[in-house]
Ligand binder design. Sequence first.
Ligand code: 4AD
Ligand code: MG
Length: 434
Amino acid sequence: MAEWVRIRDIGNYEGQTVTLKGWLYLRTDKGRLKFLRVRDGSGVIQAVVFKKNVPPEAWEAADKLTQESSLIVTGTVRADERAPGGYELDVSDLEVVHYAEPDYPIQPKEHGVGFLMQNRHLWIRSPRQATILRIRATVIRAIRDWLDSHDFVNVDTPILTPAAVEGTTTLFETDYFGKPAYLSQSGQLYNEANIFALGKVYCFGPTFRAEKSKTRRHLTEFWMVEPEMAFATLEDVMDVGEQMVSYVVQTVLEKHRRELEEVLERDVSVLEKITPPFPRISYDEAVEILHANGFEDFPWGEDFGAPHETTISSQFEKPVFVYHYPTKAKAFYMEEVPGRPEVCRSVDLLAPEGYGEIIGGGQRIASVELLEQRLREHNLPREAYEWYIDLRRYGSVPHAGFGLGVERTLAWICKLPHVRETIAFPRMLDHIYP
Ligand code: 4AD
Ligand code: MG
């Protein structure tokens, strides 16, 4: 058998005979020719079977091939500019590993979303879904690479927790040996403890929110990376956020330009512009934008909804930071703006093209008194936060951080209609199978 190579690397083997192992995605017959669209997890290639070039058994096998059958093909790599991926394989031999049952549910045609979601375990095999998952892996790796090379220490934070971070309405409660515990909404509070040990840290893991809203941006289980820094302010959050996001986008472009263009039909020129600095506007300025663009009645003090975020971000080609939100609209831990307690040192990063908030963060309260006051105002049980108050008792420093949602970031980069396509097995309000 010739050398087993992956489709992604096929360009290095032009003119050579190689072996591919994968699955049949699509078969087209034309007399003595069969065109097999073969995928192997790294890409898709057209394998051309010409009756006179293969042993009779191989021709017979090819004739019985059903969609999703697993197979091993050997052939010569030929460059073809018109072919997706730029190459084709002229088959010299073919072996079937398993003939898939003939009723594979997902055909290369349009299916309804409900049907596809019920068959997500099979849907992920489609070239589009597999491409998105590959880009997701690159996004996650780029985030880690950037943070690791900028002195952030990765510290894992717990998933089972005794208290809320982002409000009590979206908590998933579970039974912890007879006491209530909650699935983590964010590792932030633990990150805040970790900076006193390590200076700059990040956690990266699944987070959970019992989101009752059915939107194209909400999952109940999503992955968030959360950097946190000691001796840092709101401005540092924006500096780090714009550098990290730009690095992620440029890395995806470098590694997946062809897939973005050919498989996802993404306009990559839009992504090329994503470099620092990003525009920074205050909440007050954002409200003025709304008042001037169809939301004359938007009341100062309210949080933005999806249509508002879309209107604000559509004024810019790059993601835009909106800072100093009303204190009432944000979580309990936000530092206040000196002399203006009605607004806080918070920031959201709104992605272009209507994708909304991809980063939420800010500067944290540094004083015991203000923190205690906020816990009271938010009706949070003090006992559960005693350790968190301790952080303000022993060497308190200005500190800040943020959370970036992987799924929303990926949805924007790939320009997907819905976050359900950004994770292999999405969890949503009415969806937990498969
Ligand atoms: O703005 P959020 O709620 O911020 C926090 O959780 C902070 N404690 C983070 C921090 O400062 N360390 O969430 C941060 C990001 C959002 O901007 C969004 O990208 C994502 O997490 N996110 C969601 N993604 C998908 N589905 C949901 N239900 C999400 N909720 C938040
Ligand atoms: Mg937020």
